[in-house]
Design a protein around this ligand. Structure first.
Ligand code: NAP
Length: 534
């Protein structure tokens, strides 16, 4: 790969202890789940430190996470690529300021090769569950390809990994083809077909313009009209790419400029909603320039404040849905029949193919549902009904566990890769401190987690994201556990160092003492919690 400038990396195989202390289960120091931006970012950082004591469990057959899975036509990042990429691996070869999915996927594949992490990835290993065991102070991980134990687990399966398809009566009876945008069926030919697209979010506004010209008819089922603004993206001329290659500092400056502009926009989302009035006017004009029909205009006019849901960017969306072969249906869906979709007013729309553009399981955090502590409690329970996670990264009661892109680390205004790199700093420093201090376990205390989550909710009060629209930022109780409420540099500052003062810890010596007391039967009520330092 020529595109990515990094320190050179040597390839190495992971250190696994196949038969540790009489256990037949392979043991690793650090288990990482997922090889998208998050899991791969950590793997790269560990390799750069010369470590080979980690494994990445990846359910797919390649790296890339959501950028491997979302192959729908038109898929493109809505964050500028100079910012939506690792700061330590700039890519001077982006051909567009907002890269398309194939380019981002290639970028991630090239990162995996360049930094030599593929030997550390176990592809086709779906993590079924991970359970903490207090007796051997290890994580016990069951994957689809066998069991492992690990001292530390880092969950890097992001919130956009599991597609969400609503349960609509009769869906199973449909005799045509159906698939989700994140599982696009490229073997299925859409040309000349009657298509139903359900949903009008970030994925739909990209996929619909790509397929509208080839289908016979497209019925778009819209529950909420989104705000769609003109797309500011443009091709990156070869001269600029040459300049980025020759003078990497120029790309860094462009990245910094994009970062600052995006950061400033958070003021409108959080403190000055009136700043959204001008973009709202622009959004309406944008729609009316492409759509002449007053009835269609009325259907497409958003009814919530711009920014409450993710702001969408497209120059192709409105022109596509104004075409004669597209109908926008705003009546809610009552059922699916073998032939098509029936709305609440009893009208049936016969179709050959249904495309679900209905988003992802975000707030129910599928990855958390597979993680259990020593008491048999589930991580999702801790997040939704317990003290919650600390810095969106660690959870009380779950020793040696780190979650990337956890609660309240999502963004409505900037690049999630920046947040991921902040978490990388934190997790790496945690690993260093665990090693240097000879710690067996670290577990965040309930108090800091409670305080932190109260602070998050206070910070989100009065923001546009909490202004009353229904969005995937909000959980079933209407609580926003998705977004970081302020400037991203504040998260960077808080995650610069692993703040062990907020953690309970057990040293290796204490752990050995407990183990020997247990085996000799002299242990009283002492357990790991009773000898914690702080
Ligand atoms: P989404 O934004 O959650 O949109 C889902 C759509 O499905 C919404 O329009 C929703 O309507 C609709 N829907 C859900 N259930 C429905 C039902 N029962 N009946 C009718 N409509 C229903 O999902 P997405 O478009 O896949 O995007 C998810 C996130 O992925 C984005 O916000 C973004 O973060 C990311 N993404 C990013 C890019 C990018 O360019 N970087 C591209 C695609 C996706 P309501 O609005 O009424 O809920």
């Amino acid at each position: 790969m020529t595109a990515i400038h990094t320190a050179s990396a040597t390839t190495a195989t992971a250190t696994i202890e196949p038969h540790d202390a009489g256990s037949p289960t392979p043991h690793i120091r650090i288990a990482i789940v997922g090889s998208g931006f998050a899991g791969m970012g950590l793997a790269i950082k560990l390799r750069q430190e010369g470590r080979d004591d980690f494994l990445v469990f990846e359910r797919g057959e390649d790296v890339g996470g959501t950028w491997r899975d979302n192959t729908y036509p038109g898929c493109q990042c809505d964050v500028p690529s100079n910012l939506y990429s690792f700061s330590f691996a700039p890519n001077p070869d982006w051909t567009h300021t907002y890269a398309t999915q194939p380019e981002i996927r290639t970028y991630l594949q090239e990162c995996a090769d360049r930094f030599g992490i593929r030997p550390h990835i176990r592809f086709g290993h779906r993590v079924i569950d991970a359970r903490w065991n207090d007796t051997d102070t290890r994580w016990h991980i069951d994957t689809s390809e066998g069991s492992f134990t690990a001292d530390l687990v880092v969950v890097g399966a992001g919130p956009l990994s599991d597609p969400s398809i609503p349960e609509i009566p009769g869906a199973a009876s449909f005799t045509g083809t159906s698939f989700h945008t994140a599982r696009w069926d490229h073997d299925h030919e859409l040309t000349g077909e009657r298509i139903a697209v359900i949903g009008t979010g970030a994925s739909a506004i990209q996929a619909v313009p790509a397929i509208q010209p080839i289908v016979e008819h497209l019925t778009l089922f819209q529950r909420t009209p989104p705000w769609v603004l003109p797309h500011p993206g443009r091709d990156v001329p070869e001269s600029k790419r040459r300049r980025y290659r020759r003078f990497p500092i120029t790309q860094k400056i462009d990245r910094a400029f994009t970062y600052v502009v995006r950061e400033l926009s958070v003021i409108a989302f959080t403190k000055r909603p009136e700043f959204m009035e001008a973009p709202e006017r622009e959004g309406i004009k944008h729609m009316e320039r492409a759509v002449a029909d007053p009835e269609l205009r009325a259907k497409l006019r958003p009814t919530f404040s711009l920014g409450c849901k993710r702001v969408l960017l497209s120059d192709k969306w409105y022109p596509a849905i104004a075409q004669p072969n597209v109908d926008v249906v705003t009546e809610s869906i009552r059922e699916i029949t073998p032939e098509g979709v029936v709305t609440a007013d009893g009208v049936e729309y016969p179709v050959d193919t249904i495309i679900w553009a209905t988003g992802f399981h975000v707030t129910d955090i599928p990855a958390a549902q597979h993680v259990w502590n020593a008491k048999g409690e589930n991580l999702l329970h801790e997040i939704t009904d317990g003290d919650g996670m600390y810095l969106g990264t660690t959870a009380p009661g779950f020793p040696n566990l780190f979650v990337m892109v956890g609660p309240n680390t999502g963004l409505g205004h900037s690049s999630i890769v920046y947040m991921i790199e902040s978490q990388l700093n934190y997790i790496l420093d945690a690993i260093h401190q665990i090693d240097d201090r000879g710690l067996a376990t670290v577990t965040v205390r309930g108090g800091p987690a409670r305080d932190y989550n109260a602070e998050m909710q206070r910070g989100l009060e009065g923001t546009i994201w909490n202004s009353g629209c229904a969005s995937w930022y909000l959980d079933a109780n209407g609580r926003n556990q998705t977004l970081w409420p302020t400037f991203t540099w504040k998260f960077r500052a808080r995650t610069r160092r692993f703040d062990i003062a907020n953690y309970d810890f057990v040293t290796q010596r204490e752990r050995q003492l407990i183990a020997s007391q247990r085996s000799s039967g002299t242990s009283t009520t002492r357990d790991t919690a009773a000898v914690i330092g702080g």
